[in-house]
Design a protein around this ligand. Structure first.
Ligand code: SF4
Ligand code: SF4
Length: 175
């Protein structure tokens, strides 16, 4: 079992050299669950919500700020906006964000705090069926491949769990 967990853990971490530093994911983001800016703000200041959610919202707002309007966001990442509305519905109040720390470094454009970038940037993108890959993202091929393997592992674990449960039921019926 520990080998399986280790394998899944490794599959979730994509090799950083695959990033081609296009910066598209820094220009366009949403908070999980399709929340609006006001809702993320409320979560970050909440005294009732789970601590991990509050920390997640605070970390997110420490680097991301909202676009003035969805139209502005569409100009930067139309595919991303479309994909988000496909997930949450056209009437969703979801807000679109861009990072405050993307800027000019000499003659290049990049992350102004690269060495100190937060954990959420270091972990991005996590292979999952709902992960959105920006056109040309260097992680896409490997990310999709890894997710297929993770899915197969999860499916086989679920089958083992179901078999075990059936055996326990059979034993209980015999008694
Ligand atoms: S902190 Fe750096 S890596 Fe993270 S989103 Fe901003 S620009 Fe991108
Ligand atoms: S979109 Fe992909 S390749 Fe481009 S900076 Fe983000 S993670 Fe790297």
């Amino acid at each position: 079992m520990s080998n399986i967990l280790e394998r899944v853990n490794n599959l979730l971490k994509l090799p950083q050299h695959l990033c081609n530093m296009c910066g598209n994911c820094c220009r366009m983001a949403t908070f999980k669950g399709g929340l609006s800016y006001e809702e993320v703000l409320e979560l970050a200041n909440s005294k009732e919500a789970e601590e991990s959610q509050v920390i997640g919202a605070r970390d997110f707002l420490a680097i991301f700020e909202p676009y003035e309007s969805t139209e502005d966001a569409k100009k930067i990442g139309p595919e991303f906006v479309e994909s988000v509305y496909e997930t949450f519905g056209k009437d969703s109040k979801v807000s679109f964000f861009h990072c405050k720390f993307l800027g000019q470094i000499g003659d290049k454009y990049g992350c102004l705090i690269h060495e100190d970038r937060p954990q959420l940037c270091r972990m991005y993108p996590i292979p999952h069926e709902r992960t959105f890959y920006f056109p040309g993202c260097g992680f896409e091929k490997q990310g999709r491949k890894n997710w297929e393997e993770i899915k197969n592992i999860l499916q086989s674990l679920e089958e083992k769990r179901a078999n075990l449960q059936n055996k326990v039921k059979e034993e209980e019926t015999k008694e």
